[in-house]
Design a protein around this ligand. Structure first.
Ligand SMILES: NC(=O)c1ccc[n+]([C@@H]2O[C@H](COP(=O)([O-])OP(=O)(O)OC[C@H]3O[C@@H](n4cnc5c(N)ncnc54)[C@H](OP(=O)(O)O)[C@@H]3O)[C@@H](O)[C@H]2O)c1
Length: 329
């Protein structure tokens, strides 16, 4: 597997990482732990060295699964996790909390669950408007000095917040949604990251599965599948957005690749410091997705993809309103 480097501190990771969230969180029932562990280990065997989890995923279960899976190869892989929430009851499942004492508490829990003495990349999951970002960056700086964390990251933070954080503790990577149907990061975020020398970890690179063609206008989602609440996955939006899937299908056929591979290869072609982290619970899809690193898109291919995107107006917000309010701060 080819490698990429994130940030000026040159964190080296496989060109594609594995997003582990869906094994325990957001997309229906959790995968049984032995099967999840074996999927993660299959990724290691195929050259993946970059694994993404968060305290929130489960909560807690996903870190435990990732910790168990990677313990035998701990020194060969990069584990990224995230803090920033406090957890309540069913009615109030989680709330933002990036107070320094809470970050420290979260990190102790993550270290235990991940069965490690150091977190390679620690992100703030969402910006907490009640805690100055300087205090967050300062806390992570202290954790780095104490040897508990190696690199600092932010997720879905606004550009001004990134600059302020970076001035206190250099940011190695920002994790944001970025894909063929969510290109907003191109306006302000990518230029800022390029200027500051910060890597981008692209989450939901397959459009939460939609861009692969596996989800059709008639697909329905369980009530415990987060997509059942996402406007972009409403029946009307799915119907309207199929046009993009269809156009991607023609391009994939011409390249003798799958849509998932085209979509990931497109991300890899944008900047050498972008690392997509597709998620899957299935071995055959893991192998398919990793095949994207062998797909070379020419300038003509990229122009054709741009052209396809111009023909389709994507319908539906990418998040429900309450989650949308937490991004870009
Ligand atoms: N920082 C954040 O706020 C944030 C937010 C969301 C996600 N993330 C991270 O980003 C990672 C990836 O994002 P994501 O899981 O939201 O979305 P994604 O990677 O775009 O899509 C995952 C979905 O696509 C399906 N899929 C995967 N490969 C496929 C293929 N080749 N063909 C057809 N379907 C395929 C998966 O289903 P199967 O399991 O059935 O294959 C799953 O439902 C997460 O695991 C998480 O680590 C971070």
């Amino acid at each position: 597997m080819q490698k990429r480097t994130l940030g000026k501190s040159k964190l080296e990771v496989s060109a594609l990482g594995l997003g582990c969230m869906g094994l325990s969180h957001a997309y229906g029932p959790a995968t049984d732990t032995p099967r999840a562990v074996s999927l993660i280990r299959a990724a290691v065997d195929r050259g993946v060295t970059f694994f993404d989890t968060a305290e929130l995923y489960g909560p807690f279960l996903n870190e435990e699964v990732v910790g168990e899976a990677l313990a035998p190869v701990r020194d060969q892989v990069v584990i990224a996790t995230k803090f920033g929430f406090t957890f309540g009851d069913e009615d109030h499942p989680y709330a933002l909390d990036s107070r320094p004492e809470h970050i420290r508490w979260a990190v102790e829990g993550s270290l235990k669950r991940l069965r490690t003495d150091v977190i390679d990349l620690l992100y703030q999951h969402r910006v907490d408007p009640n805690v100055p970002i300087e205090d967050v960056a300062g806390t992570v700086k202290d954790l780095i000095a104490e040897g508990k964390v190696k690199h600092f990251g932010l997720s879905e933070a606004g550009v001004q917040t990134i600059r302020r954080a970076h001035a206190v503790q250099p940011v190695t990577a920002v994790q944001n949604e970025y894909s063929l149907w969510w290109r907003e990061p191109e306006a302000e975020l990518l230029p800022a990251l390029e200027q500051l020398g910060i890597g981008l970890v692209a989450f939901s690179p397959l459009g939460k599965g939609f861009l692969t063609g596996a989800i059709t206008a008639g697909t329905t989602f369980d009530s415990n599948d987060f997509r059942s609440t996402v406007p972009r996955f409403s029946p009307e939006a799915l119907q309207a957005n199929q046009a993009l899937v269809e156009l991607l299908g023609y391009i994939a056929d011409d390249k003798e690749a799958t849509r998932a591979q085209i979509v990931l290869a497109w991300l890899l072609a944008q900047k050498p410091w972008i690392v997509p982290i597709p998620g899957t619970t299935k071995l055959h899809r893991l192998e398919e997705n990793l095949g994207a690193t062998a797909v070379q898109l020419t300038d003509e291919d990229l122009a054709r993809i741009d052209d396809a995107l111009r023909q389709v107006k994507i319908q539906g917000d990418r998040y429900p309103a309450v989650m949308q309010a937490q991004v870009g701060r």
